[in-house]
Design a binder for this molecule. Structure first.
Ligand code: DCP
Ligand code: MG
Length: 355
């Protein structure tokens, strides 16, 4: 039986900003782009959330909901630094740490002898140290696997901890809404609801075969998770599936000519970012993403040829974009360009080399 912690900072960017300027404490604040430049909210303080302000919401809408909202420009360097400090604290408690984002990580503390081996006490000690040393709060979930630990860290957020001991897993999942399962978005939740499935308890009553028929490979995973089973290991090194660059434009790009003209800077930035991972991955596909004025979006991808052209060949990206844009044929607010990646030393290659 494993002991897994999931740690997630509370309103991370906003909490760091409030720590830097304590006059902001207790006030509705957000970090994001300015409303004039059609920015979006990255995150907001819990005071702002009371007004309905949410991540990914247009800043202009956030200001309508909460006229006193203070929107601060993001300072990613600062957040990265705090993230590194959090991870340094984690390393005092676990060898196996899987960061999911700047403010979130899984820790496997199964064999740990800290705090008499109590995972809940470890979680509390980590929370206390982060509060004392970094002046921000984090919430923690403690459970026998990653799925439940992540659900648990959200349970008493903000500044809370929640433990699901192994002998309570069966009871806990019965009433858990399926929408809490990673990967169950609005569409899947609706499909499940149409089958009469709202909670994991409901889901347990559906035959695996029926789930597999309906959801393919994901059906089997749904069925396991509904029972509180999740065997995924905590992985300190996660495989990256793609790399991309996107930009939201201050003014809509009216037509395809404008779209094509906007592409080059994106590809340049993509190339720059790729150099950071080029030792571990090679690209398999190019893709482009378009978000139109009405927020509808489309992506189109194409295998990278073996004809020796550069991965960042702007003519190839241009052709993709020219094929994708007519799908909506509307002014564009966001463009993205990226590469799907394959690890250079994938398991298959390692196995092949054995023979
Ligand atoms: N973030 C972002 N855009 C989003 C979501 C998040 O830029 N759509 C950034 C800002 C957040 C950080 O990532 O501070 C961490 O994301 P979380 O989902 O953990 O959100 P918060 O930490 O802000 O709040 P919570 O207390 O809900 O965890
Ligand atoms: Mg968070």
């Amino acid at each position: 039986m494993r002991k897994i912690l999931h740690i997630d900072a509370d309103s991370f960017y906003a909490s760091v900003e409030a720590r830097e300027d304590p006059t902001l404490l207790g006030r509705p604040i957000a970090v994001g782009g300015s409303a004039q430049r059609r920015g979006v909210i990255a995150t907001s303080s819990y005071e702002a959330r009371k007004f309905g302000v949410r991540s990914a919401m247009a800043s202009s809408r956030a200001l309508t909901l909460c006229p006193d909202l203070i929107i601060l420009a993001p300072r990613f360097e600062l957040y990265r630094e705090v993230s590194g400090q959090m991870q340094r604290i984690f390393r005092g408690y676990a060898d196996l740490i899987e960061p999911l984002s700047l403010d979130e990580a899984f820790l496997d503390v199964t064999g740990s002898d800290c705090c008499n081996g109590s995972a809940t006490l470890i979680a509390q000690e980590i929370r206390q140290r982060i509060k004392n040393e970094l002046q921000i709060t984090v919430s923690a979930g403690v459970a026998p696997n990653k799925f439940l630990a992540k659900v648990a860290s959200d349970w008493n957020k903000p500044d809370g901890v929640f433990t699901i001991p192994p002998d309570q897993v069966a009871d806990f999942v019965l009433d858990l809404p399926v929408s809490k399962i990673n990967g169950v978005g609005k569409v899947t939740a609706k499909n499940l609801a149409a089958m009469g499935v709202v909670t994991c308890g409901d889901l347990q009553r559906v035959l695996v075969a029926d789930l597999a028929k309906r959801f393919g490979k994901y059906g089997r995973r749904l069925s396991e998770v509904a029972r509180g089973v999740d065997d995924r290991p905590v992985q300190s090194w996660r495989i990256r599936k793609s790399i991309s660059v996107e930009n939201t434009y201050a003014e809509d790009i009216a037509n395809l000519v404008g779209v094509l003209a906007a592409l080059d800077p994106l590809i340049e930035e993509l190339e720059r970012r790729f150099t950071k991972v080029e030792k571990s991955y090679f690209p398999t596909k190019r893709f482009v993403k378009i978000k139109y004025r009405d927020f509808s979006q489309t992506t189109l991808e194409q295998s990278v040829g073996s004809s020796g052209e550069s991965w960042f060949d702007s003519e190839q990206f241009r052709q993709l974009m020219a094929a994708a844009w007519p799908r909506g044929a509307k002014p564009v607010r966001l463009l993205g360009a990226g590469l799907r990646l394959q690890p250079l030393r994938s398991k298959e290659q390692a196995q092949l080399s054995l023979f």
